[in-house]
Design a protein around this ligand. Structure first.
Ligand code: PLP
Length: 426
């Protein structure tokens, strides 16, 4: 019999896990402990010197979290992964390995609002300078490259309108610039898009959204594709130069195709500290077990609701990449043939007030600032997340006064349609 490599749904349930060797527990136990006893002094010394793998302290590794890490690495097709306390923490830890003060990275302008803030303000205070490019204009990435560029950052399915990014074209720009491509795959999840298959070198996630999937736990993760040569050109000293805190060890030389994940752990997580709690790791990996089932339902519901809205008399436009009318439909078919995700925007003929009325009148949809929950969610950015901007700024940020964003859950689609129809005045 030939050896089969397990399929996606099998990996979602099993990757990284086995019955607990001590108790036989079948579900991965929550190792709710800060620290781990050494066998003896030599064992302790080899763990601290990175000569042996093992647990020291939960800020750096934890056995529950390790199962989650192995599972997401397997689903994304990477060599290793590192979990963090949130999606933003994952982005911070990634950039800390790549950028020195005064360096630049190029980021797609269409991003999760929190990432725009993080890049513009918090990263600026570290001397890491973001240069914006337009994901609908690949040349704008090429034009933004300078000798100081250390990375390119994009979302596979981008906020807020669920537009699809041409990952392969931007990966080509990154390759010719000699810098890694980082893809935030939160809205797609590896079930819909696997960025590493399209040339990404690093994948990051907010596990808080579709991967965890139940709106109950914050978490983030970094996946190392194992594809990038960190020693070329001396651009990435954290990875290629001797580390004084590890007796002069060079990470790429020692750890090869998972050196980036190791750097994130032993330099990033160890020193910055945003570790995931084992309890959250348990909840997030329980969510991942049903990822394929949930994503199928999320996408099926989203398409049905987008089609319903497209014919509704109160709606002037629907931006869902899964509709043939979307300018992203060809990219959706190429990159996300199983479904274009479940986050999209639409515009109301009644403008700003109609947006306020809709979010006030829905009953089943929850009016809140999140995506990727089993529950359907709705927000009117102009009166909430983007309310501090004037109308022109709102429109430029993709949050025009008449625009509403939804994240479609896994309820019965007929109930969701009835809720929206009622709240739109029938
Ligand atoms: C939510 C989100 C983040 C940030 O993740 P947190 O877990 O909230 O820190 C980053 N990127 C995208 C696309 C997101 O939706």
């Amino acid at each position: 019999m030939t050896e089969r490599s397990p399929g996606f749904a099998t990996l979602a349930v099993h990757a990284g896990a086995q019955p607990d060797p001590t108790t036989g527990a079948r579900a991965t136990p929550i190792y709710q402990t800060t620290s781990f006893v050494f066998n003896d002094a030599d064992h302790a010394a080899s763990l601290f010197g990175l000569q042996a793998f093992g647990n020291i302290y939960t800020r750096i590794t934890n056995p529950t979290t390790a199962v989650l890490e192995e599972r997401v690495a397997a689903l994304e097709g990477g060599t290793a992964a590192l979990a963090t306390a949130s999606g933003h923490a994952a982005q911070l830890v990634v950039m800390q390995q790549l950028l020195m003060p005064g360096d630049e990275f190029i980021a797609a302008r269409k991003l999760y609002g929190g990432s725009i803030n993080q890049f513009t303000h918090a990263f600026k205070s570290f001397g890491w300078n973001v240069v914006w490019a337009d994901p609908d204009d690949i040349d704008s990435f090429q034009r933004a490259v300078t000798p100081k560029t250390k990375a390119i950052f994009i979302e596979s399915i981008a906020n807020p309108a669920g537009s699809i990014t041409d990952i392969e074209a931007i990966a080509e720009v990154a390759r010719s610039a000699g810098v890694p491509l980082i893809v935030d795959n939160t809205l797609a999840t590896p079930y819909l898009i696997r960025p590493i298959d399209h040339g990404a070198d690093i994948v990051v996630h907010s596990l808080t959204k579709f991967l965890g999937g139940h709106g109950n736990s914050l978490g983030g993760i970094i996946v190392d594709a194992g594809t990038f040569d960190w020693s070329k050109g001396g651009k990435y000293p954290m990875l290629s130069e001797p580390r004084p805190e590890y007796h002069g060890l060079k990470l790429q030389e020692t750890f090869g195709n998972f050196a980036f994940a190791i750097a994130c752990r032993v330099l990033g997580l160890r020193d910055l500290g945003p570790a995931l709690s084992p309890f959250n790791a348990f909840l997030l990996m329980t969510g991942i077990e049903t990822l394929p089932l949930r994503m199928q339902k999320h996408c099926e519901n989203a398409k049905a609701i987008a089609e319903f809205l497209a014919t509704h008399k109160a709606v002037s436009a629907v931006n869902y990449s899964g509709l043939a009318s979307s300018k992203y439909n060809a990219l959706a078919r190429k990159y996300a043939p199983k479904g274009a995700g479940a986050v999209f925007t639409f515009s109301l003929k009644g403008g700003y007030q109609a947006g306020v009325d809709l979010v006030s009148n829905v009953k089943l949809f929850s009016h809140l600032a999140n995506v990727g929950d089993t529950r359907s969610l709705i927000i009117h950015p102009a009166s909430t997340t983007h309310s501090q901007l004037d109308d022109a700024q709102k429109t430029a940020a993709g949050a025009a006064p008449d625009m509403v964003r939804v994240s479609i859950g896994i309820e019965d689609k007929e109930d969701l349609i009835a809720d929206l129809d009622g709240a739109l005045g029938g």
